[in-house]
Design a protein around this ligand. Structure first.
Ligand code: BES
Ligand code: MN
Ligand code: MN
Length: 458
C-alpha cells in the first residue's frame, strides 16, 4: 500500500498532464456538432484503460453516445466493484465569461480550469489513476473491478437503462463506486447517501400562426407570453409550495434523527449567501436550507423565451412562448408519475385561448441508501485515511440517474465518493478542479479499494 501511495504522489505531474489531454476533448453530449468528439473521447478512455492494464476493454455503441467498458478480474474470491463515471460535459455558454478557454485546460493558483475538470472527467481520472497506481506497483488490485463510463449523463442517461438491463451478467458486481458529487466544504470529505431525482419538461404555448401587430390585434387575442407566465405562476405559491395536485403524496419525510444529524453539519447560511451573491435565501416554508436542497422536491424554470427581446422596442404579440421546467424529486417520487400529474394539472390551468404542448425531455429517479451498509462504511474509512479528517454523511441535491438504475436492475448499493467543491463552478463558466483535492481524492480511492476488499463477506 505504501508503495502505491508513494507512486500516486510521485506521478502527480504526469497525472495532471494526461488529464489536460482528456479535458481538451470537447465532449459536449447535447450538441450534435460534437459527435466526432464524443467518439474520440470514448476512444481516448479505452486506450487509457488498455494502458493502465485492464484485461478487457470495449466500446459499446448506443443510439446516442458510446459507452466505454473495461474489466480487471484478477482477484478471484474478492468482491467486485463497478466504477461508474461520465465523460460527457455540459455546454460552455456563455463563452465570454470564461477567463481561459473551456477546452484549453489552464492551471492557475492550484486549480485546473476547464469544462469537465470536476464534472466528471477529473473525478473519473482520479479513479483510473488509483487503479493504475495499484497495477503498476503491485501488479494487481485487492478487488475485481469493472468500469462503466458513459457519454450521456448530462442529457439524462436515456440509453443507459436498456444497456444495463441487457448486460446484467457482464456488469454483475457487489457494489458501485461513483465520484461525481460535491463535498460539503473544502477539506471535509463527504459521503453522499441520497440523490434527488429529476423530471425535465419543455412547455410550448402557441396563440396565432404568426406574430401579430399589437395595435391591430391587442385586445382581440391572448398573448402567449402572458398565458405562459400565468401557467408558471400557478405552479407554486408564494411560500414556495408546489401546487400540482398529488405532487407531494409519495414524498418520504425526513426522520427526526436525520434532521438532527443534518443540523449538526457545518453549514453557514450567511456565508452561503455571500459566496453566491444572493441577498437572502428563499425556499419552501417550514424547512431549513439543507433540508430543502437535499430532501424536499422543487420546481424550477430553467429558461423562457418568447417574442421580442432585441434592442429597442417592437410592438408585437408573439405567436408562441416556450419554457423549460424541471423538478427535483425525492424518495419515493417517480418521474413518470409526476409527469402524469403535471400533465393533468396543465390541462386544468392552461387558458383556453392558447394551445399548450408539454414534452417530457428526460429524468431520473431519486435514491437513498442506509449509511450502515458495509460498502458505505468502507468509503467512510477510506476518506478518513485519505484526508486525515473524519468524513460526514450528506445527501445531495443533484441527480445521477444511474444510481437508482443500478439499485433496481443490478440490486447493488453505491458509494458516492465525490470531491467536487461548492465553488467548483460545475455547469457554469470557469469550472475548476482543486489539484490538492484531486490528489487526496486519488489516495482516498486507493484506500477504498483496500477497505472494500474486506468489507463484503464472501
Ligand atoms: N455530477 C452531477 C450530479 C450532481 C450535482 C450530484 C450536484 C450532486 C450535486 C451530474 O453530472 C449532473 O449534473 N446531473 C444532472 C442530471 C440530469 C441531467 C439527469 C443534474 O443533476 O442536473
Ligand atoms: Mn456529473
Ligand atoms: Mn453535471
Amino acid at each position: 500500500m505504501e508503495e502505491t501511495l508513494t507512486y500516486i504522489s510521485k506521478n502527480q505531474n504526469r497525472y495532471i498532464n494526461e488529464l489536460k489531454q482528456f479535458l481538451s476533448i470537447p465532449s459536449i453530449s447535447n450538441d450534435p456538432k460534437n459527435q466526432a468528439d464524443m467518439r474520440n473521447c470514448a476512444n481516448f478512455l479505452r486506450d487509457q484503460l488498455n494502458d493502465i492494464g485492464f484485461q478487457q476493454t470495449k466500446i459499446f455503441p448506443t443510439n446516442g453516445h458510446p459507452i466505454v467498458f473495461g474489466e480487471w478480474l484478477g482477484a478471484p474470491g474478492k468482491p467486485t466493484l463497478l466504477f461508474y463515471g461520465h465523460y460527457d460535459v455540459q455546454p460552455v455558454e456563455p463563452l465570454e465569461l470564461w477567463k481561459s478557454k473551456p477546452f484549453e485546460p489552464t492551471i492557475h493558483q492550484g486549480e485546473i480550469y476547464a469544462r469537465g475538470s470536476v464534472d466528471d472527467k477529473g473525478q473519473v481520472w482520479m479513479n483510473l489513476k488509483a487503479i493504475e497506481a495499484y497495477l503498476k506497483t503491485q501488479g494487481s488490485l485487492p478487488i475485481n473491478i469493472k468500469v462503466l463510463i458513459e457519454g450521456e449523463e448530462e442529457v439524462g442517461s436515456s440509453n443507459l437503462e436498456n444497456f444495463i438491463y441487457s448486460h446484467k451478467e457482464m456488469l454483475k458486481s457487489d457494489a458501485a463506486l461513483i465520484s461525481d458529487t460535491p463535498m460539503l466544504k473544502h477539506g471535509l470529505p463527504s459521503i453522499g447517501y441520497a440523490l434527488r431525482g429529476l423530471a425535465y419538461f419543455q412547455l410550448d404555448v402557441t396563440g396565432s400562426h404568426d406574430d401579430l401587430h399589437s395595435g391591430s390585434f391587442g385586445g382581440a387575442v391572448i398573448n402567449p407570453n402572458f398565458a405562459l407566465a400565468q401557467i408558471i405562476l400557478s405552479l407554486k405559491d408564494a411560500k414556495g409550495r408546489i401546487l400540482i395536485p398529488g405532487f407531494y403524496d409519495d414524498v418520504v419525510p425526513l426522520t427526526t434523527q436525520e434532521k438532527i444529524e443534518m443540523s449538526k453539519l457545518p453549514f453557514n447560511e450567511e456565508k452561503f449567501c455571500k459566496d453566491f451573491g444572493v441577498p437572502t435565501l428563499f425556499g419552501e416554508q417550514g424547512y431549513k436550507t439543507l433540508e430543502r436542497i437535499w430532501a424536499r422536491p422543487t420546481l424550477e424554470v430553467n429558461g423562457m423565451s418568447g417574442g421580442f427581446i432585441g434592442e429597442g422596442s417592437k410592438t408585437v404579440i408573439p405567436a408562441c412562448a416556450m419554457a423549460k421546467i424541471s423538478m427535483r424529486l425525492v424518495p419515493n417520487q417517480d418521474p413518470k408519475h409526476v409527469a402524469k400529474l403535471f400533465e393533468n394539472y396543465l390541462q386544468k390551468i392552461t387558458p383556453p385561448s392558447v394551445k399548450l404542448k408539454m414534452k417530457y425531455l428526460n429524468g431520473g429517479k431519486p435514491w437513498v441508501t442506509p449509511i450502515h451498509h458495509p460498502t458505505i462504511q468502507a468509503a467512510f474509512r477510506a476518506f478518513k485515511k485519505g484526508y486525515g479528517t473524519t468524513p460526514v454523511f450528506i445527501r445531495e441535491g443533484g441527480s445521477i440517474p444511474v444510481v437508482a438504475i443500478l439499485a433496481e436492475i443490478l440490486d447493488i448499493p453505491t458509494a458516492l465518493m465525490g470531491i467536487g467543491l461548492p465553488d467548483s463552478n460545475t455547469h457554469a463558466p470557469n469550472e475548476k478542479l482543486n489539484l490538492a483535492n484531486f490528489k487526496h481524492g486519488t489516495i482516498s480511492i486507493a484506500h477504498f479499494f483496500d477497505e472494500f476488499s474486506t468489507s463484503i463477506p464472501n
